[in-house]
Design a protein around this ligand. Structure first.
Ligand code: PLP
Length: 231
């Protein structure tokens, strides 16, 4: 708890410093605490420190935590790969989905979103480094997918998300994030309304903020290293 509190403070300080360095308001950058592999008790501890938004990338694992913490006013973000047979629980239990990369999945999420809930807030994941191993739509297909997703009744398309190739080099990190920012600008110019850039993690949030990130997804810097081979 002491560590999580101190880590959260340090991450918020990094966000504020990065924002101010480029003339942005730190309040315009949301922090998603990526709690994958950590238990409900750890999420509750972070909530006690004032953190409300949490990111998960395994449906089954997340459902346990969401149920256990139902009494807390938490916002849940699904940031992992989506299998078609998991669209219903995602649509029923999450507030946001960042990893839409095909229209078929988006249509299933829209159809399964319960009428009593607000529309599911979604981002399109873009394979910004054109890596064969990464999920995400190719940059050249983002506009068509954005138009299709934007037309679905129970989804609200908010923006673009990317996980760029890992690099320790700030300038290199910025080049990828800049590409996502320009892609968002292109979609907006083409009439797709977007207000969100979900980009930046523990190792590169400064570069992401410099390029316009409005949501950063931070795990390790808040909760520590994850065990085993879990990513
Ligand atoms: C795990 C994960 C993160 C957090 O990564 P850290 O390096 O631990 O901050 C962010 N986004 C996605 C999509 C992830 O899967």
């Amino acid at each position: 708890m002491g560590t999580i509190s101190a880590n959260l403070q340090a991450v918020k300080q990094r966000i504020a410093t990065a924002a101010l360095a480029c003339g942005r308001n730190p309040a315009d950058i949301g922090l998603i605490a990526v709690s994958k592999t950590f238990g409900a008790d750890t999420v509750a501890a972070a909530h006690a420190c004032g953190q409300h938004a949490f990111g998960e990338n395994h449906v089954q694992e997340a459902l346990g935590k969401i149920a256990a913490l139902h009494h807390l006013p938490l916002q849940w973000h699904y940031i992992g790969p989506i299998q078609s047979n998991k669209t219903r629980p995602i649509a029923e239990h999450f507030d946001w989905v960042h990893s839409i990369d095909r229209v078929k999945i988006a249509a299933r999420l829209s159809a399964a979103r319960p009428a009593g809930l607000a529309p599911l807030q979604v981002c399109i994941q873009v394979n910004i480094g054109d890596e064969s191993t990464k999920s995400g739509v190719a940059p050249g297909e983002a506009l068509a997918l954005g138009r299709a997703v934007g037309a679905l009744p129970r989804l609200r398309l908010r923006g673009l998300m990317a996980i760029p190739p890992a690099s320790g080099d700030h300038a290199q990190q910025r080049r990828h994030f800049a590409r996502l920012r320009r892609l968002k600008d292109d979609l907006v110019a083409a009439g797709v309304s977007l207000d969100t850039l979900s980009m930046g993690m523990s190792a590169d949030l400064e570069a992401a903020i410099a390029e316009g990130a409005t949501l950063v997804r931070v795990g390790t810097a808040i909760f520590g290293e994850r065990k085993g081979s879990e990513k």
